[in-house]
Write a protein that binds this ligand. Structure first.
Ligand SMILES: C[S@@+](CC[C@H](N)C(=O)[O-])C[C@H]1O[C@@H](n2cnc3c(N)ncnc32)[C@H](O)[C@@H]1O
Length: 466
């Protein structure tokens, strides 16, 4: 039987709230008439704030119960809308909160943390006022852009991974990275170099990765392309000339050859066109070497605060043995190792562990032990080889540590746990597991690590009841 397709309806709706994806949400009840009695439609609108009244066109309106749409007209601005930010439809998906005043973004994020914790049965009065940024713009030390098929170089359109929106400027990117982008776009245009087409699997230029250290000023530029640079010698020589003559701090220009279809995983071959293959960075007074694929905190100003908060909450002292789970290249490990007797780190990515070891040595620390392993297995092995810690620090990826790891942590029985989270949803889910092992929530400190996005970090202290 063929499904009925209902007509497109033009609806004027008031945005009730912003959901976890950053879409404005409202529930529209169709007026009762034949066949649609009481039927409702969940409408998700892009680039809005609560209280906005917008006009939207919904195709097959009575035939569906949810829809994600752009609005056609802003009829009335909500009270939290920052009218200095020009409204436009073609924005990339990265900054859905950018239209909201920064103070209201902070309230939204703090409420999100509270809601998830309350939903998991915790008392949200443990949640401290969120720590925001003095200047919430241009805070990222790393930008990754994609080449489109029509000369664009930018980020994907929200909800559409085939469409690239050319980056003219960005609220997130330091000026120097925007300037590098424009030099590369001009160079691409001058040599008429095609962007990679995922559908036909043809074209040359795929991605642009740019990193800058706020501490040392060093700049890294990496171009991902399907061919070797020697196949377009004149163009690559000119690229080196253009970038080195305009950016004194460029210490690493790399060409990453990557021919296979699909998303970039690892380059087939790296060609260093200028300088070296890494940059030097610093965080909380510790030195780090950063290669193109090294995971490193993207907002150094707030990352330093996270580390300071974690140290303060843990009250680390020189007799403590500390375990840093999901340790990466050692962002938390090194400062904790400096103040404690011994530190062990567990991390699944081998290169990160190699970096963590090197970083410890380069920073004069000789009390660290780093193990490459899946947290689920590493915890058990560590207990046998290294023993039990007095303090456990964990900073898992966005989807959390998961029940198996949390139960192992519970069985470890350390006096204190510091959980640094980048997702209040997974934080709340993970913390529930610790209740059964007698852990009590002491404090939750939200930190706005990524202004204008829906992400929010939190440093949480738990202690074991004795
Ligand atoms: C949010 S990052 C934190 C890294 C580090 N704490 C930092 O600040 O640089 C999470 C880390 O967990 C690692 N990871 C992901 N899954 C893992 C697993 N199953 N076992 C161990 N480490 C894992 C990732 O490679 C990543 O380095």
């Amino acid at each position: 039987m063929e499904k009925t397709v209902y007509p497109t309806e033009i609806l004027d709706v008031t945005i009730e709230k912003i959901n976890s994806k950053g879409y404005g949400y409202t529930r529209y009840i169709h007026p009762p008439d034949k066949g649609s009695n009481g039927k409702h439609l969940n409408i998700n609108v892009k680039n809005v704030v609560p209280g906005d009244v917008v006009r939207v066109a919904v195709e097959n309106a009575k035939g569906r119960n949810k829809v994600v749409v752009d609005y056609d007209e802003l009829l009335k601005a909500g009270s939290t809308r920052n009218l200095k930010i020009p409204t436009h439809k073609a924005v990339s998906g990265g900054t859905p909160l950018q239209y909201m005043y920064y103070d209201n973004q902070l309230v939204y994020k703090m409420d999100t943390v509270k809601e998830y914790l309350e939903g998991a049965g915790f008392d949200s009065s443990f949640v401290q006022p969120i720590i925001g940024m003095d200047d919430p713009n241009r805070y990222r030390n790393k930008m990754e852009l994609t080449f489109g098929t029509n000369g664009e170089l930018g980020m994907h359109q929200q909800g559409n991974h085939r469409q690239v929106i050319d980056l003219e400027d960005s609220i997130l990117a330091p000026k120097v990275l925007v300037d590098v982008k424009h030099v590369i776009s001009q160079w691409q245009k001058d040599y008429q170099l095609p962007g990679y087409n995922k559908t036909s699997q043809s074209g040359l230029l795929r991605n642009l990765l740019m990193r800058t250290s706020f501490a040392t000023g060093e700049l890294m530029v990496v171009l991902y392309a399907t061919k070797a640079p020697s196949e377009l010698q004149e163009a690559t020589n000119d690229l080196v000339e253009r970038l080195t003559s305009q950016f004194d701090n460029l210490v690493s220009l790399q060409w990453a050859e990557y021919a296979a279809a699909g998303e970039r995983v690892q380059a087939d071959r790296i060609h260093v066109l200028h300088g070296r293959d890494y940059i030097n960075d610093e965080l909380n007074g510790f030195k780090y070497r950063i290669w193109p694929d090294t995971f490193f905190q993207a907002n150094p100003v707030q990352a330093e605060k996270l580390v300071e908060l974690a140290l303060e909450m843990a009250d680390v002292h020189s007799n403590m043995r500390v375990l840093d789970l999901f340790c990466g290249v050692g962002t938390f490990s090194l400062p904790f190792a400096k103040r404690s007797r011994e530190l062990a780190g567990i991390e699944i990515v081998e290169n990160s562990i190699l970096s963590a070891r090197r970083n410890a040595t380069e920073n004069g620390l000789d009390n660290t032990y780093f193990m490459t392993n899946d947290a689920r297995i590493g915890l058990k092995e560590l207990k046998e080889t290294w023993g039990s810690p007095d303090l456990l620090v964990l900073n898992p990826p966005r989807n959390g540590a998961g029940g198996k790891v949390m139960r192992s942590i519970g069985r470890f029985g350390t006096d204190k746990i510091i959980y640094i989270s980048c997702s209040p949803k997974s934080l709340a889910e993970d913390l529930v597991w610790l209740k059964a092992f007698g852990y009590e929530l002491v404090t939750v400190q939200p930190v706005d690590q990524f202004p204008h996005t829906t992400h929010v970090e939190a440093v949480t202290l738990l202690v074991k009841e004795r």
